[in-house]
Design a protein around this ligand. Structure first.
Ligand code: NAP
Length: 475
């Protein structure tokens, strides 16, 4: 079994205990990774702080050149990286390749964006004064990533933090540490100075507690569940550690009767089934206008039945294994809860095969009020259909959630597209667009979906302090 080490202060470190990495398609362990304990996390934060002084004094162009080199290393190992993502996460290979390509694009975007971390000169109000506003790196950053997009969601933090002049400790999810190990190899091969980027894997509560309580760690950037996000907020209340939070979602999709029918079908299939339904921006509630509901439901059902389920490395697989057995059981419980209240299962609804955490892609309809699948994140290939009558009604129902990460609208009426987009309470709106995320636009949530934004020109702000320098006595 291959063993992976951790990059700590410029050296590759092994440990006595190891974390086993399980392939969700076979449910068998296939690799092991070194782990750190809390004193080692403390040491890593101290090393990170020591490395910060020299790293921050480089020019943004020099740091951007390092990012370009990391992107080149990742590109060189793109196939290997995609395969590792599939083995640890279960998604289809083509989608893992897309994740690698997007990660490279993020690195290249932030390599340039670092040079645009502008301050400003502000007109003075008192004679003899001058005012400058400048942006400076916050310092040591703890980056905590989830398992659903194990590479790209880590890169979304690491790239802007590094280019801003911060040093970074990356903590990937325990289920998917290997893509982070390969990313660390790419970063090491790009020649970053010791301590600028480090990889820590181990007990999440211990690593999180050290990041929160160690005053040298100035910022935590977290992507994951709203419940863990809340616990970080509680911890940060004691230390005032800065937090950026990308949390859960419950995305509505609204298909109006004037939508291009085929486009709306293709779109919903992508929003729901991409990444095995385990995407924070996956559609959770699919609202179809009454006049097209029956036709749409029938067409969607046929499309779902055509999906091929299987191990992600197998040719032409559309839906792979869920991350683990618990995720499969949770999905089955959502289905059971809905059907107990009267929902109909039009296709799927059961486990697929006897090995691996595969779920047959599922279509639920006639969902009763109060069903859990309407209120909580399903995070599985389960499409839940709802009928609506008017624009006003559907906007109210779409916004009736504690989350606000993404929402989708399918319509061919431009006026309606603007009206509805402006009324929806979500950080990203896809109008006839099932894949709205891109390196150059901000991404993040309203309400309990998080604090702050990643990507775009906003994506670097999270890693910068704003300083005002006032000079008096100028004659
Ligand atoms: P999770 O259980 O919250 O875990 C996310 C990360 O936090 C993992 O690295 C985990 O480590 C770590 N963690 C767990 N407990 C911690 C603690 N007490 N202190 C510090 N770190 C801790 O979430 P998940 O199940 O991996 O991810 C799924 C969730 O993420 C969904 O709700 C999804 O919507 C959300 N998500 C949001 C976005 C977004 O951009 N808004 C993107 C993707 C996913 P271990 O794995 O070691 O426990």
């Amino acid at each position: 079994m291959k063993r992976y080490k951790l990059l700590l202060n410029g050296t590759w470190q092994d440990s006595e205990n190891h974390l086993l990495v399980v392939d969700p398609a076979s449910e068998k362990p296939f690799a092991e990774v070194a782990v750190v304990d809390r004193p080692e996390v403390k040491k890593a934060i101290e090393d990170s702080d020591a490395a910060f002084r020299a790293w921050r004094s480089l020019t943004a162009k020099e740091r951007g050149d390092y990012l370009r080199e990391i992107a080149a290393q990742l590109d060189r190992r793109a196939d290997e990286m995609a395969e590792i993502i599939v083995r640890e996460n279960g998604k289809p290979l083509a989608q893992a390749k897309g994740e690698v390509a997007m990660s490279i694009d993020h690195l290249l975007w932030f390599a340039e964006e670092g040079r645009r971390a502008y301050g400003r000169v502000v007109p003075h109000q008192a004679q003899g004064k001058r005012h400058m506003v400048m942006k400076q790196p916050v310092g040591v950053v703890g980056a905590i990533a989830p398992w659903n997009f194990p590479l790209v969601l880590a890169v979304r933090k690491v790239a802007p933090a590094l280019v801003a002049g911060c040093t970074v400790l990356l903590k990937p999810a325990s289920a998917t540490p290997l893509s982070a190990c390969l990313l660390a190899e790419c970063i090491d091969a790009a020649g970053l100075p010791a301590g600028v980027f480090q990889l820590v894997i181990g007990s999440a509560p211990e690593i999180g507690a050290e990041m929160l309580e160690n005053p040298l760690c100035r910022k935590i950037s977290f992507t994951g569940s709203t419940s863990v996000g809340r616990s970080l907020i509680e911890g940060a209340a004691q230390t005032c550690t800065g937090l950026s939070l990308e949390l859960g979602g419950n995305a509505p999709v609204i298909v109006f009767e004037d939508a291009d029918f085929e486009q709306a079908l293709d779109g919903v299939m992508i929003t729901k089934f991409r990444n095995n339904g385990q995407s924070c921006i996956a559609s959770n509630r699919i609202y179809i206008q009454r006049s097209v509901f029956d036709k749409y439901q029938e067409a969607l059902c046929s499309r779902i039945k055509e999906l091929t389920v299987g191990p992600g490395l197998t040719d032409r697989v559309d839906v792979g294994a869920l991350i683990d057995r618990k995720a499969l059981d949770t999905a089955l419980a959502f289905i059971e809860d809905a059907t107990a209240g009267g929902a109909q299962v039009l296709t799927g609804g059961v486990r697929s095969g006897e090995t691996g955490s595969f779920l047959t892609p599922t279509l639920l309809t006639e969902i009763p009020p109060g069903a859990k699948c309407s209120q909580e994140e399903i995070f599985a290939p389960v499409a839940a259909l709802y009928v609506f009558d008017t624009e006003e009604e559907v906007i109210e129902r779409a916004n009736d959630t504690e989350y606000g990460l993404a929402a989708y609208v399918f319509t061919s009426d431009l006026n309606r597209a603007f009206r509805v987009s402006e009324a929806l309470e979500a950080g990203t709106i896809g109008v006839n667009d099932p894949v709205p995320s891109t390196s150059n636009c901000p991404f993040g949530g309203y309400k309990q979906s998080g604090w702050g934004r990643e990507l775009g020109s906003e994506g670097i702000d999270a890693y910068l302090e704003t300083k005002h320098i006032s000079i008096a006595g100028i004659k």
